[in-house]
Design a protein around this ligand. Structure first.
Ligand SMILES: N[C@@H](CCC(=O)N[C@@H](CS)C(=O)NCC(=O)O)C(=O)O
Length: 288
């Protein structure tokens, strides 16, 4: 097994030399022959009792650049939390649009996943999640539905989200003209109606196992369910019972989903506290 000694691109850029993380050597997580933990007990990256470099466990497999409120990042965090993968989660320290961060993600967006073992950076939340479920397939939950049909449904939900919901979500929180906002809402409404006929809600979107479909859709619907009634008097899931039931189930589905729900909600509440919506001329409405 190869010992990797790559420095994360941002650490390298920010480093002032000396004892930066640049010099940290990462050996493979299972390199320590004395390590007796179960394969999936990633949480505590405890060191081997023989404190020799070659036996040290890797402190982290990589870094996920993420913002707490970001629905696309939240989808990756949910997989990382659920599988307890030793990936550090960091807010881009120099800002999304900085020259430094653009060397990590040239699009200036989150998420991005930097991998310690091979100095590879992956972009695009779905690609990152596919990598995570592939790489950590041995750790449950698998995020892979049992049948080919359910796997297709999971991908379909994720694709519908990525093409017809995610790109229009900005209509909920950016300062745009009312006509543009309305077309975003129309797109979101249509996509949710389609999803109502696609999702199984048994209890997950594609059968009895959580999948990439669930994790793609859940953090985004937190935005729609919270902001649309509050600022636009619209209850997106009101007439969509399957989607509504599934969404409420997901809020407490696991410790991982609860954590992600809380992080996104706190992000939205911080926007409110900072007067983001008032500045846009929007008043909070009474939510039933
Ligand atoms: N298709 C990308 C979308 C990523 C994305 O739009 N991220 C948002 C946060 S949720 C972002 O970084 N926005 C900043 C910007 O566009 O300036 C993915 O799936 O990762």
């Amino acid at each position: 097994m190869s010992a990797a000694a790559f420095a994360c691109p941002l650490v390298a850029l920010l480093s002032t030399g000396g004892t930066s993380r640049n010099s940290t050597k990462y050996s493979s997580f299972h390199a320590c022959p004395l390590h007796r933990c179960k394969k999936n007990s990633f949480k505590t990256a405890t060191r081997c009792s023989l404190d020799l470099d070659i036996f040290q466990e890797k402190e982290r497999d990589g870094i996920l650049y993420s913002l707490p409120v970001s629905n696309f990042s939240a989808r990756c965090r949910l997989v990382i939390y659920a599988k307890e993968i030793p990936i550090e989660i960091q807010t881009p320290p120099t800002g999304l649009k900085s020259e430094e961060y653009r060397k990590v993600n040239p699009f200036g967006k989150v998420p991005a996943l930097w991998l310690a073992d091979n100095n590879l950076t992956l972009l695009e939340s779905e690609v990152i999640n596919e990598y995570l479920i592939d790489k950590y397939m041995h750790v449950s939950p698998s995020f892979i539905p049992k049948t080919a049909e359910n796997r297709a449904i999971a991908r379909l939900v994720s694709r519908i989200h990525d093409l017809y919901i995610g790109p229009y979500q900005y209509g909920l929180y950016r300062d745009v003209a009312m006509t543009e906002r309305q077309s975003c809402f129309d797109a979101g409404r249509k996509a949710m109606q389609v999803l109502e006929s696609v999702v199984q809600a048994t209890p997950y979107v594609a059968g009895e196992r959580i999948s990439l479909g669930d994790v793609a859709l859940f953090p985004s619907l937190v935005f729609w369910e919270y902001l649309a009634p509050r600022y636009y008097g619209w209850y997106p899931l009101e007439k969509l019972p399957k989607l509504r039931g599934w969404f409420h189930f997901m809020k407490t589905e696991s410790a991982a989903s609860e954590k992600v729900y809380k992080e996104v909600m706190e992000g939205l509440e911080t926007w409110e506290k900072n007067g983001r919506f008032e500045k846009m001329g929007l008043k909070q409405q009474r939510v039933a």
